[in-house]
Design a binder for this molecule. Sequence first.
Ligand code: PEP
Length: 254
Amino acid sequence: MARTKLIAGNWKMNGSLAANEALLGALRAGLEGQQGACTVAVAVPAPYLAQVQSLVAGSAIQLAAQDVSQHDGGAYTGEASATMLREFGTRYVLVGHSERRQYHGESDAAVAAKAQKALAAGITPIVCVGETLAEREAGQTMDVVRRQLAAVVHTNGHCISEIVVAYEPVWAIGTGRTATPQQAQEVHAVLRAQLAAATGQADRVPLLYGGSMNAANAAELLAQADIDGGLVGGASLKAQDFLQIIAAARATQA
Ligand code: PEP
């Protein structure tokens, strides 16, 4: 089954009112000249959700958030609920990004609860999984990603076909070191099989690769059978690079 490719940019803690306007203006202009199917999203810092909501209005660019609370509301200083994100037209939200797991101690259970809150609010969670370098070298890659995904499947079993999964090897994020297309495909195939065991609709779930994806390596990664798109950090901040990645994704659908 052909799945429409999804290219999501993760701006992380970057941007400003002026920089966001310039970047999205360039993206909108560049996308107008592109042909072929591809879903495009940008995951922006929370303070810019309202600004970016209006900057992408009427375009094909979808709004995404970088995190969501596992709680509905109340005394959780600094957090934003899924209902709040939804009010700004948020279509996707990253959950379990390795930077959240590493710097904020997010457990598999917390990530699963966040995915659940997003789904209940009508927001598609992009569930990030991935092993550290030490785990890869110890031969634990498949066990780690299976464990991380299993927590989300366990909590969200009935609507698991509504999620997006991003395989992001931690050692490849922001390092310039990319998984080879074969390494990425091998993990994606394992994740697809795990989803197939959990849902009859595993073919529907987009599996993204993330980790130093750029204009030069995107085409080969995106050509793999189980790689349905990319979660792009650094290269999503440069309009021309991001547009080239999107064009590569479109080319695989042609
Ligand atoms: C990310 O932040 O999810 C990511 C993949 O970053 P980069 O593309 O910069 O490695």
